[in-house]
Design a protein around this ligand. Structure first.
Ligand code: NAD
Length: 318
């Protein structure tokens, strides 16, 4: 049964946490939103600002608190920690953010032992795995935002190329949310048609120009965060909307297919690592990931992505 008074806790009142709080408030999905940040003044300021818009949104309670504020939350969304600076990769953040998680996860779960934990902080796949291990929660209740954002970027860029509504583009980026991620071109489609059959531009191209066009799209997806960070210091709008979509799938028990980061086992020889794969998300968290049939090349790249993440996990000192 869906909760009629859903409560969402947001850890981290920075760019991502506060933009998500705003998007969540306008969505009307939560009746209670609590924001926790080690900078209590910042969290309070964000809540004041959000509360001043309540007469234009939905009846909600928005307040700042310590970790005790996580009690009775349906979902705890974790955005706390360092973010990429210009020239940094997501994995450069791993040691600093793993140490933060070592401190905050025990506090979160002591107050919210039944919640679903949704990890956003980067490197998100590794921190999802660490959260799973520290919390001891069942795997379905520990979710990373995975490649939901990357897949949205991918769908948008394909939609621009093909002049079609991005909502009708069905295409996934899978693997690490980061440099080893990969596009699943083998089953990307627009309303059931393969892109090269649908797309007027691609139809005219010879196979070499077509391959180049598709490569450019994926390169833009992969480098999007670097470009945005160079231009404005951080990325937050699209990820906030992606988080609203995941939150909605959970709170409204939608069984939505979203490429969240989840614990993978027995898939093309990949085991015991969290990474992004299309998965069914509902009130229980991740119900299951979809065992997509990949091309040989995609399979090889996914295994490389998984190995890269596992290598980094082995080197973390906790
Ligand atoms: P930010 O620096 O604006 O905010 C981080 C916040 O975390 C700060 O307010 C800080 O005070 C707080 N914080 C740090 N340690 C804390 C602790 N121990 N307890 C409570 N709060 C603490 O950063 P941002 O731009 O909001 O990014 C947050 C994270 O999200 C980064 O790791 C970034 O890389 C990641 N991110 C992920 C995605 C994704 O798709 N998964 C997309 C964008 C950003």
């Amino acid at each position: 049964m869906t909760n009629t008074k859903p409560k969402v806790a947001i850890i981290g009142a920075g760019n991502v946490g506060s933009t998500f709080a705003f998007a969540l408030l306008t969505s009307g999905l939560a009746r209670e939103i609590v924001i926790v940040d080690r900078d209590g003044k910042k969290a309070q300021g964000e809540c004041m600002d959000l509360n001043h818009g309540l007469s234009f949104t939905h009846p909600s309670q928005v307040y700042a608190a310590g970790f005790e504020g996580c009690a009775d939350s349906d979902i705890v969304i974790i955005t706390a920690g360092a973010r990429q600076k210009e020239g940094q990769t997501r994995t450069d953040l791993v040691q600093a953010n793993a140490e933060i998680f070592k401190l905050i996860i025990p506090q979160i779960i002591s107050y919210a032992p039944e919640a679903i934990l949704l990890v956003v902080t980067n490197p998100v796949d590794i921190l999802t795995y660490i959260t799973l291990k520290i919390s001891g929660f069942p795997k379905r209740r520990v979710i990373g935002s995975g490649t939901v954002l990357d897949s949205s970027r991918f769908r948008y860029l394909i939609s621009e190329h093909c002049h079609v509504d991005p909502r009708n583009v069905h295409a996934y980026i899978i693997g690490e949310h980061g440099d080893t991620e990969l596009p699943v071109w083998s089953n990307a489609n627009i309303g059931g048609m393969k892109i090269e059959q649908f797309c007027p531009t691609c139809k005219e191209f010879d196979s070499c120009r077509r391959t180049k066009a598709l490569k450019r799209i994926f390169d833009e997806v992969k480098n999007a965060a670097y470009k945005i960070i160079e231009a404005k210091g951080a990325t937050y709008y699209a990820v906030a909307l992606a988080l609203v979509k995941i939150t909605e799938a959970i709170l409204r028990d939608q069984n939505s297919v979203l490429p969240v980061s989840t614990l993978i086992s027995d898939y093309y020889g990949i085991d015991d690592v969290c990474l992004g794969l299309p998965s069914i998300v509902n009130r229980n968290g991740v119900e299951q990931f979809l065992r997509l049939a990949l091309s040989d090349e995609e399979e090889k790249r996914l295994r490389h992505s998984a190995e890269t993440l596992k290598d980094i996990i082995r080197r973390i000192i906790l």
